[in-house]
Design a protein around this ligand. Structure first.
Ligand SMILES: NC(=O)c1ccc[n+]([C@@H]2O[C@H](COP(=O)([O-])OP(=O)(O)OC[C@H]3O[C@@H](n4cnc5c(N)ncnc54)[C@H](OP(=O)(O)O)[C@@H]3O)[C@@H](O)[C@H]2O)c1
Length: 315
């Protein structure tokens, strides 16, 4: 088992200071248009994904949304087509079902579309330990494995396109996984489950796999970056019980900002000239920041990569 101390020794005061400074950093904006380009966004039926879809559409980009809910997808696409006159299509995949994610990924792989920006945004927060039909803990599967499967299947398509920018809507919450990943206990049998821990570990897993994807994309023109979208008021966590929702409404939501800031940041990261050639970074909105030490562990990143290929049936 990984000891907490292994990572604690790697924390530096200078990083803490930089994080404090980043909290107040000015949000960088990109004012250029993105006419006729194709942007894929997962989880665009509410919150950050929805605002980001509208932001890209307002600059002329066409959209392909990957959502789990058909009714909401129809409404969002109709609204975006009407408001901005761009193309907006959707595909359905519940990330709690590996087969659905794989099917959509292979459909995109076989299609002739050229993806300019791919935003992995879908996510969930669960105070309860829940398992999917694939026998995996829900948050790990939805927030991490779903992204991994899509990105793994599409990685060579991105390379063939040459300039795809892949963006991961990650979280400062990755820092909650102080002891890193426990790849031998994905079932949470040996460790106490909590919402913060499972969320932190899933987001950590995403950052660790970014290291490997970044290596894979080296010199191809494809970039992959992860970002914290700010603390913003969305539906995140609304699937939980009454006491958690009360806590969220009274405490978290009160100081939370509008997801418009996340959308502006994701537009800057996906389109701006300044981000050309930048890859493998973690940003707090648009300010580069060092992730927690446990999210930089290359050895665990390698183990996770192999395990994810197995879990996703990608061998
Ligand atoms: N809000 C924040 O302050 C904050 C901070 C840091 C990071 N984030 C990250 O931002 C991302 C977006 O979250 P949000 O805050 O915008 O929350 P949100 O409003 O709840 O949006 C989450 C999106 O993910 C979709 N989704 C949830 N479970 C899914 C599943 N099983 N399969 C496919 N799609 C699924 C939701 O679809 P439905 O509409 O069908 O539920 C929705 O479109 C997440 O990755 C989250 O971890 C948020």
């Amino acid at each position: 088992m990984i000891s907490v101390n292994k990572y604690l020794k790697e924390y530096k005061l200078s990083q803490m200071r930089a994080m404090r400074k980043n909290k107040k950093a000015e949000l960088k904006e990109c004012l250029e248009d993105f006419n006729g380009k194709l942007v894929v966004i997962t989880g665009a039926t509410s919150g950050i994904g929805y605002y980001t879809a509208r932001k890209y559409a307002s600059h002329g980009a066409n959209l392909l949304l990957i959502n789990r809910n058909e009714e909401k997808s129809i409404t969002v696409c109709e609204e975006i087509r009407q408001d901005f006159g761009v193309e907006c299509e959707y595909k359905i995949a519940d990330f709690a079902h590996i087969s659905e994610v794989r099917n959509v990924a292979y459909e995109l792989l076989d299609s002739k579309i050229k993806i300019d920006v791919f935003i992995h945004n879908a996510g969930v927060y669960s105070t309860k330990k829940l398992f999917t039909e694939d026998n995996l803990e829900l948050v790990f599967q939805v927030d991490y494995l779903g992204f991994f499967i899509l990105n793994y299947i599409l990685k060579d398509k991105f390379k063939a396109n040459g300039k795809t920018r892949v963006l991961l809507v990650n979280s400062e919450g990755h820092r909650f996984a102080l002891s890193g990943l426990d790849l031998d206990d994905l079932e949470w049998e040996k460790h106490h489950y909590s919402g913060l821990r499972s969320y932190g570990k899933a987001k950590t897993a995403q950052l660790l796999s970014m290291i490997k994807f970044d290596e894979y994309f080296a010199d191809s023109g494809v970039s992959i970056n992860a970002m914290h979208p700010g603390s913003v008021k969305t539906n995140m966590g609304e699937n939980n019980g009454r006491s958690y929702r009360l806590f969220k409404h009274l405490l978290i939501d009160r100081s939370a900002k509008s997801p418009e800031i996340s959308a502006k940041a994701l537009y800057y990261l996906g389109v701006s000239k300044e981000m050309e050639g930048v890859s493998g970074k973690f940003l707090r909105l648009t300010a580069e920041e060092e992730p927690a030490p446990h999210a930089l562990d290359r050895e665990v990143a390698g183990e996770l990569w192999d395990l994810s290929i197995k879990l996703g049936g990608l061998e």
